[in-house]
Design a protein around this ligand. Structure first.
Ligand code: HEC
Length: 115
């Protein structure tokens, strides 16, 4: 079911990235970051905000993640997980597309208790 949806979304022109970005995150990241007894650190809004921009987050992920197999993902899949983290933590609005062409405009402030 999930794989079928991924294939369907992939071939839709002008698609919203949201559905398949979540699929990539679930397949490549969630088993460390979102489970009880997690191996990876918790990726809450505060942690993600500390990167300051979409490009810095992308650069880190591209070099360091997945922790057990870095540099095994395409840039396009890394952009999808970058976007997924920014949207799902409420750092950018839900429809925001995060990719090579938009990344430099997407910057954000560090988390602060008043937010
Ligand atoms: C095998 C387990 C594992 C997988 C899979 C994995 N991570 Fe990680 N992740 C870690 C660990 C462990 C750290 C801490 C690394 C360190 O401190 O050097 C980490 C750190 C991070 C950080 C930095 C957090 C901080 O404090 O700045 C981010 C962001 C992140 N991971 C995102 C991802 C994303 C996105 C994916 C999928 C593409 C992913 N991770 C896949 C284990 C994993």
């Amino acid at each position: 079911m999930a794989a079928g949806l991924g294939a369907f979304v992939m071939f839709m022109p002008g698609r919203d990235d949201t559905a398949d970005s979540e699929l990539v995150y679930q397949a490549r990241c969630a088993y460390c970051h979102d489970l009880d007894g997690t191996i990876g650190v918790k990726l809450d809004e505060r942690v993600i905000r500390s990167y300051g921009s979409a490009r810095r987050l992308f650069n880190y992920l591209r070099i360091a993640m997945p922790y057990d197999a870095p540099r095994t993902m395409t840039d396009s899949d890394i952009w999808l997980t970058t976007g997924y983290l920014l949207r799902s933590r409420g750092i950018v609005p839900p429809g925001t597309r995060v990719h090579e062409g938009t990344a430099d405009e997407i910057t954000f402030q560090p988390w602060s208790p008043g937010d």
